[in-house]
Design a protein around this ligand. Sequence first.
Ligand code: SF4
Ligand code: SF4
Length: 91
Amino acid sequence: MKVEEKVALNAIKAHKESHIVVNEEACRACDNRVCLSVCPAELYSLDPDSGLVKIEHAGCLECGTCLVVCPAGAVTWKYPEPGFGIRYRHG
Ligand code: SF4
Ligand code: SF4
């Protein structure tokens, strides 16, 4: 089963404003980019044009891993606005 298929088992109502923001300057100087490998929903990716990390907040599982592991403290993270975000269906 692919990650997208697993995420689709849950209900996510994404807010138009991202609840996750990464600091571009900090990311530019980052040499490990651990965010690319730890997100269980694979929401972090590299922008091919800028070479910088980008985040697609809409599929966020709200686990907080990216906030905890970023060595530069470049991730600003908060829960989505009330009524938005993930609703787990299978525990
Ligand atoms: S680990 Fe942190 S600083 Fe490094 S690219 Fe990811 S978000 Fe940016
Ligand atoms: S909180 Fe979890 S699911 Fe959401 S972007 Fe960060 S690592 Fe991915």
